[in-house]
Design a protein around this ligand. Structure first.
Ligand code: 26Q
Length: 814
């Protein structure tokens, strides 16, 4: 771990393993050499962690997720090994700039947004808490698409992130398993006389695991993220092969290898696609087989009684929930257990986390597709449902309506499998991801199930890891905090409360302000590079970054910016607070309205930034290709965090927590975790606006946006400008779909309903910003009170209420 040995390793990898010479090649090779040097220092710990868990015969949790949005790993590994300073020194001696090498690492973008990043933060916290949690996911060849903005429109480019190799992964071909598709079931009479099932005539695909180390913070633990890659078996279709179609036969490989080719964007137009179901089953089957292989190796084939006490499976939304049926299949068809035994194991090991309240986002698969692709699994689901329906009818005799509502199979001319219901029936725990979300789930979407099994339902408010989202991404603030209260917060985020008394100290506030200013300068540099627009660090930095979706209401944000522009144009600029507004996020490729909103933002930005009247008062940019690494510069440099979803629609939000931790003040609705953020920060340190979730449902009944607009001069002005084509001079009617949605009595997102309240809250924020001392205090209050939003807290709660595992101490090697 010392400077000399790090320097030796680096040079060895650079010159011998990679065969490069000083100064040639791209920054990528420097990064790769350093990554290999750091990886060496994880290896002993990695093996020791696995050994320790096996020796203890520890209870384990598998976190099953279609997405792990890891971002970059190098800086995080150096932080958690506490070798950052040594590496810096070693490289300086060699005349290499660490920051430059870090830019050579490609983001691991194996996720869409919140759900995938949450999984990554969970892994970091579990390793730090020494909880034996293994992440199971897919090794997509192409991650989240790269977003390019051309003429104001989003274009998608493929993200071939593995092109230059991935120094963090370790292929484990010895744990390859086989996943079956298609075919049919054959029944046979078992020794005991019962019926057994064989799934035959299948098309098989190999699942090859690649392991990625997940280091804990300075504790000797290195957990594992295991990602499956699909590969063809070497068995060709013999008929074709013998008929002389060798190339055609080899080409069949493609079909198999397509399974892990690409991450699906969260796109409703992609719903129901066969390839997606293949991916889900591939993940579930390979992962469950892997756990059973490990179990049998250490406990033999006779100890199934104790399996449930030693294993947990946490389902990250319904995406991997076919694991419920797959575990049943493996236990019955491959291990010879009876239904009751297998069902007891399944329902004592599975736990399901829901991440959405939008009914249209609940996953359903066509029974027809299931039958063709996974016939044996469909039989098992039918049997689960038949037994469940018996339970429902004994609980509510004669209530056929309820049976229809609760059935895992939705009847209709195209019957569907309701994956959320399969997950609920098969799990002992069902949780939402923020207090409001969990409450609304049991009152709404899952009401019937809550009446049947109230004890299954619980809340686990999300968090983020402060190692990445404060310590690593904000070195300036980290140093100031460490200077003031020590570094306990890195593993106990609640310790940030010790900053509270320092808010009264003018010298401390001054230092806080200076750190924020430097972070704003870094962000301004990035904005200049990416958008070609100058941000003035004295202006308020007003930021909304997240996936583009109507419910998140980026549109409401633009309407406010247009309102500010109107004020400038009419000379209403007394006591003006200069503002730089940044909006960023990807739209699903098939989401027309979200893409049109991106175009609107870009057009409005172009008009505003080119108008000399806005000089020193207002800037707007659309930040392209928003991703984990961009957020690492964005959140430390933000003054005002926009969390403005229609109340009752955002399950939690986690970006909101990253901003808070870095001392941004939130302007937000009472939605998702915003409610808890406001409780912790104090209502004086939060700009609240908008309808509550309850009011939203009432207002919907009789909603007349035209009247709201007509009665509000500022709103009417904004609409006049939009409708006049001011932002689309060469393309009349271009934004009509947006205008219609605002004016529609059926607008599900109630943009017009919250306009006035939003504008007023923005004005309060602007006024507050002018009193610098006051603002800095609010900023300190937010960071100091962000302790609850560490995933360390979230993971402790999962462990106390759901997983109930012991920690696995690992002793770092000498
Ligand atoms: C579904 C079908 C086909 C293809 C893709 C999908 C798909 C993929 C990803 C559906 C949903 C997602 C991701 C959802 C997501 O990120 N939800 C967010 O989860 C966060 C973590 O809990 C919450 O904070 C956010 O509120 C929630 O929107």
């Amino acid at each position: 771990m010392d400077v000399q040995s790090l320097s030796d390793s680096y040079r060895h990898y650079y010159h011998y393993t990679l065969g490069r010479d000083n100064g040639d090649g791209s920054v990528h090779y420097g990064f790769a050499a350093l990554a290999m040097a750091v990886r060496d220092r994880l290896m002993e710990r990695w093996k020791a962690t696995a050994r320790a868990a096996n020796q203890m015969d520890a209870t384990r949790t598998c976190y099953l997720s279609m997405e792990f949005l890891m971002g970059r790993a190098l800086n995080n590994a150096m932080l958690n090994l506490e070798i950052h300073e040594e590496v810096k020194a070693a490289l300086t001696e060699l005349g290499v700039e660490l920051e430059e090498l870090e830019e050579g690492e490609h983001d691991a973008g194996l996720g869409n947004g919140g759900l995938g990043r949450l999984a990554a933060c969970f892994l970091d916290s579990c390793a730090t808490l020494q909880l034996p949690v293994t992440g199971y996911g897919l090794r997509y060849e192409y991650g989240m698409f790269r977003q390019v903005i051309k003429d104001g429109y989003q274009l998608e480019e493929p993200d071939h992130w593995l092109r230059n190799g991935n120094p963090w992964e370790l292929e484990r071909p010895e744990f390859t398993c086989t996943v079956k598709f298609g075919g049919r079931t054959e029944y046979y009479v078992q020794d005991g006389g019962g019926l057994g099932a064989h799934w035959v005539d299948t098309h098989d695909v190999l699942a090859v695991p690649y392991d990625i180390p997940i280091p804990g913070y300075n504790n000797g633990t290195v957990n594992t993220l295991r990602l499956w890659k699909a590969e063809a078996t070497d068995e060709f279709d013999l008929d074709e092969f013998n008929a002389g179609f060798y190339p055609e036969s080899v080409a069949q490989k493609n079909q198999a290898e397509n399974i892990t080719m690409v991450l699906y964007p969260n796109d409703s137009s992609e719903n129901g696609k066969e390839l997606r179901l293949r991916q889900q089953y591939f993940l579930a089957s390979a992962s469950m087989q892997d756990v059973i292989r490990h179990w049998v190796k250490h406990h033999g084939t006779e100890a199934w009684d104790s399996f449930a006490a030693k294993n947990r499976f946490q389902l990250n939304d319904t995406h991997p929930s076919i694991a419920v049926a797959e575990l049943m299949r493996l236990l019955m068809d491959e291990q010879g257990l009876g239904w009751d035994e297998a069902w007891a194991i399944t329902t004592h090991t599975m736990a399901y986390t829901n991440h959405t309240l939008l009914p249209e986002a609940l996953e359903r698969w066509s029974v027809g597709l299931f039958k063709q692709l996974l016939p044996r699994l469909l039989e098992i689901i039918y049997e689960i449902n038949a037994r469940f329906m018996t339970l429902v009818s004994s609980h509510w005799p004669g209530d056929t309506d309820r049976m229809r509502r609760m059935s895992i199979i939705e009847e209709g001319h195209d019957p569907m499998v309701r994956m959320a219901y399969l997950a609920i029936v098969g799990s002992f725990s069902v949780n939402g991801v923020a207090a409001l979300h969990s409450k609304l789930l049991v009152e709404g979407l899952f009401k019937d199930f809550h009446e049947l099994w109230p004890e299954k339902f619980n809340n686990k408010t999300n968090g983020v890891t402060q190692r990445r989202w404060l310590a690593a991404c904000n070195p300036g603030l980290r140093a100031l905090i460490n200077d003031t209260i020590g570094d306990e917060w890195i593993t106990q985020l609640e310790a940030l409360q010790k900053l509270l008394p320092h808010a009264d100290n003018a010298a401390f506030r001054q230092r806080w302000h200076e750190v924020k200013r430097q972070n704003k300068q870094r962000l301004a540099d990035l904005v200049l590079k990416e958008c070609g627009v100058e941000f003035d660090v004295d202006a308020m930095f007003d930021v909304q970054v997240k996936r583009m979706h109507e419910y998140k209401r980026q549109l409401l944000n633009v309407l406010h910016v247009i309102h500010l522009y109107n004020r400038i144009k009419r000379g209403d600029t007394n006591d003006w607070t200069p503002r730089c507004v940044l909006i960023g996020g990807k739209a699903a490729p098939g989401y027309y309205q979200a893409k049109l909103i991106i175009k609107l933002i870009n057009n409005v930005a172009q008009v505003i930034n080119a108008d000399p009247d806005t000089q020193g008062k207002l800037r707007l940019v659309f930040f392209p290709d928003y991703r984990v690494t961009a957020m690492e510069t964005i959140c430390p440099g933000t003054d005002l965090s926009e969390q403005i979803s229609t109340a009752g629609k955002e399950a939690s939000g986690t970006g909101n927590m990253k901003f808070m931790m870095n001392g941004a003040v939130t302007i937000g609705t009472l939605d998702g975790a915003n409610i808890e953020i406001r409780e912790e920060a104090g209502e004086d340190n939060f700009f609240l606006f908008g309808l509550t979730a309850e009011e939203v449902e009432l207002v919907r009944q009789d909603y007349r946006p035209d009247e709201i607009i007509a009665a509000d001069d500022d709103f009417a002005e904004v609409m006049r400008l939009l409708e006049s084509g001011y932002f689309n001079q060469f393309n009349p009617g271009q934004f009509d779909p947006i205008i219609h949605s605002i004016r529609s009595p059926h607008d599900p997102w109630l943009v017009a309903a919250d306009f006035r309240s939003f504008i007023d809250a923005q004005q309060r924020a602007a006024t507050a910003y002018q009193d610098r001392d006051h603002w800095v205090r609010m900023s300190i209050m937010n960071a100091a009170n962000s302790g609850k939003f560490s995933t360390d807290r979230t993971m402790r709660e999962y462990n106390e209420d759901i997983w109930r595992m012991e920690t696995v101490p690992v002793h770092p090697p000498e």
